[in-house]
Design a protein around this ligand. Sequence first.
Ligand code: GAP
Length: 551
Amino acid sequence: MATAKLDMSKLESLCRRRGFIFGSSEIYGGINGFWDYGPLGVELKKNIKDAWWQDMVRNPPPGPDGQEITMVGLDCSIIMNPKVWEASGHVGGFSDPMVDCKTCKRRFRADKVFWSFVATGVEGSDKPILYPGTPVDGFCVEANGHKEAMELCNEKAHKLARKSKERLPLTIMVPIPLNAFSPENYGTLPCPTTDCDGTLTEPRAFNLMFQTYVGAIQDAANIAYLRPETAQGIFVNFRNVLDSSRVKLPFGIAQVGKAFRNEINPRNYTFRSREFEQMEIEFFCHPAESMKWYEYWRDVRKNWYSTLGIKSDNLKPREQDEKELAHYSKATTDIEYMFPFSEEPQELEGVAHRGAFDLTAHMTKSGKDLTYFDEDAWNRDAANRKTNSFKEWLKTNPPREEIEKYQYVPHVVEPSAGADRFTLAVLCEAYTEDKQPDAKGNLEERLVMRFHPRLAPIKAAIFPLVKKDGMPEKAQALYRELKKHFKVEYDDGGAVGRRYRRQDEIGTPFCITIDGDTLKDDTVTIRDRDTLQQRRVPMAGVLEEIRKALG
Ligand code: GAP
């Protein structure tokens, strides 16, 4: 089923009811932009992070020329020396322009607010009348992109027209993002909040890093930051990894961990949170090979989502155009997903060619050498030189291109994914309502989470058909055997049909029933969540059946 029109409030209610996601600190009224994962949510997110680690770090796909690729992991501290963030540019520049409403005091990202106005056609006149007055008192909406802004403008314009009993056809003018206005105009722009007649402040840069103090004294010398990305921990450990694990270029360092951003306007459930987890890779390679590796990672990362059940129609890789690219980047692709809350695809992951930008910045700030010396290349060309000492050879003033064959600042390709964003995409993709026959053959509504078996929080549920005749004992024995390998559930409460529905709602791919025949021949039925087919298999083969489905 296409998820494009899924009503997010239904998903949120399921996630709450069945223990996937709760608002943080709810008993105290919650806190905007922070979320807690419940018993099922934590299994789902862990399966996602484990799948990423397994497929990208322990067993990555072969490289562009079919070769094995080298990947290692890292787990860095969340708080680092603040100089890291000065070098990376986050202290000076990690900011979004934001505007406040002077009346209701709500805060918005300037690039997410759009201004528009409405013209009505007047019979007998080719001149439009501006409605509700002049462009200056048009209206604003808050949206993820142009298409969504147009829809919201439509809704708002019709509401305004109904209020004023205007009956003429409306033409909504193309919405303009606020950041297209010059700052002195902001004071006349209306607040996007419904029923607020305030106007906006000028845009101000707002640093997204959470600041804290290290140690007892709260002064400027002790300021530190919660990391806004895991990537910098990798760059500052580049030399350590190189020296301690004897890896050779090209190779990648991966890290999964929390990141924190004081987002101006957290929204769309967990999509934009203030605390979230990233799954990042920094892949280091020779500059001449960097485009090859960029293309490799772009394709590997896009395909990974498909192998975990994301439909290709919902996945939209988008190559950034030149205007969008960071000044140091030769190419970047945003892997976007059609989340149901937006008319436009939204970023799941960015795959960026970052050139030598990060290592150069840390080399300059720290004064430490973060270049790579390619010993294999140096030894291979030994016959062409008079000396085997690189230092001596440098004294002969070889041209730069020659030196860079052996010693260079590696280029970096960075696939940077969000674990929470992908968890949200998986939840959206899995949510399905259908109709299935009940025990009497009458069709009844069914809510089923069609998770890929690898990601499903519970892999199988084990039911005794009835709570007597030795069935619970057999079922418990199977449960105890399976739980050594997977997260499984034992359920003996209520009619089997009801138990199936409970498991469908949490996306359990297999339900295994122990019945009268099991007692005679040690076979069980396995019911498939998606096809609803029931097969009889030997109890001893159940473990293998589930393993096969997990791939
Ligand atoms: N090191 C590069 C970097 O951090 P980014 O595009 O800012 O790049 C990478 O973030 C990924 O982290 C995004 O594609 C998204 O999946 C996730 N992410 C970023 N901000 C987020 C937020 N506020 N809430 C949830 N996930 C977020």
